[in-house]
Design a protein around this ligand. Structure first.
Ligand SMILES: Nc1nc2c(ncn2[C@@H]2O[C@H](COP(=O)(O)OP(=O)(O)OP(=O)(O)O)[C@@H](O)[C@H]2O)c(=O)[nH]1
Ligand SMILES: [Mg+2]
Length: 220
């Protein structure tokens, strides 16, 4: 009787494309990070401010993932950075194949860094590798300080946590215990770098810029 080795891992189509993306990025020497958060936490606002503040020192290209519209790619292009919009037409996450198309369309030779803005969703995108060098999770203060314990997977997998909208803290606007978030995120992932920021006022953004710049330098 023929024996079948069921222990052998078959690469899914997504994993195969993720490996392709990883190889392409390594060959071109470009770091790439995958930003994941709930809708409205401020991913595009963070990207626009980062691109603008680092203009002249770090050339950033963006792959924008949205279910529909090219609103976010237009915001990136208005900040004078190249952006490729991908519409997932209902899917709650970007696939590695879609990111491969995005990487082929971006002018990689003229970039130092690629940032992916995934579809707004704190759950689905964390399960799909894109070939990136790390995930960046964004949590904004109005979403509540219980999110790391309620949605642990993305906090456990990310290299960076950006806690956004800190300009809303300290008054009557939102109840949000930043220390609790930091402690819970570190319990899930002791290596995670945590940057409390406001993409609106610019508070705290310099530490994030230093981290990104270090990543680009390390790949050169
Ligand atoms: N107060 C405050 N508002 C912010 C900040 N960052 C973003 N916002 C606001 O939050 C809203 C959503 O911001 P976006 O940047 O569009 O959020 P997003 O995560 O890209 O949203 P999706 O692409 O739909 O997932 C906008 O009204 C922003 O002006 C911040 O630091 N402070
Ligand atoms: Mg956006």
């Amino acid at each position: 009787m023929e024996k079948i080795d069921v222990g052998k891992k078959v690469l899914s189509a997504n994993e195969a494309y993720a490996l392709k993306n990883r190889a392409l990025l390594a060959q071109r020497g470009k770091p790439c990070f995958n930003m994941i958060s709930s809708p409205g936490s401020g991913k595009t606002t963070i990207l626009v401010r980062t691109i603008t503040d680092l203009a002249g020192s770090l050339r950033i290209g963006v792959i924008e993932g949205d279910i529909q519209t090219d609103i976010d790619a237009q915001r990136i292009q208005a900040a004078q950075a190249p952006a490729v919009q991908i519409n997932t037409e209902g899917a709650c996450h970007l696939s590695a194949a879609q990111v491969h198309r995005g990487l082929e369309e971006l002018p990689l030779d003229r970039l130092d860094l690629v940032l992916i803005e995934n579809v707004g969703n704190l759950v689905c995108p964390s399960a799909f590798e894109l070939g990136e060098h790390g995930k960046i999770v964004v949590l904004s203060a109005p979403e509540g300080d219980d999110k790391p314990v309620k949605y642990p997977a993305i906090f456990a997998k990310s290299r960076v946590l950006l806690v956004n909208k800190i300009d809303l803290l300290g008054g009557a606007q939102v109840d949000f215990d930043l220390e609790r978030v930091q402690a819970d995120a570190r319990r899930l992932n002791r290596d995670i770098a945590i940057f409390p920021v406001s993409a609106k006022t610019g508070a705290g953004m310099q530490a994030w810029y230093d981290w990104l710049t270090d990543q680009a330098r390390a790949m050169r």
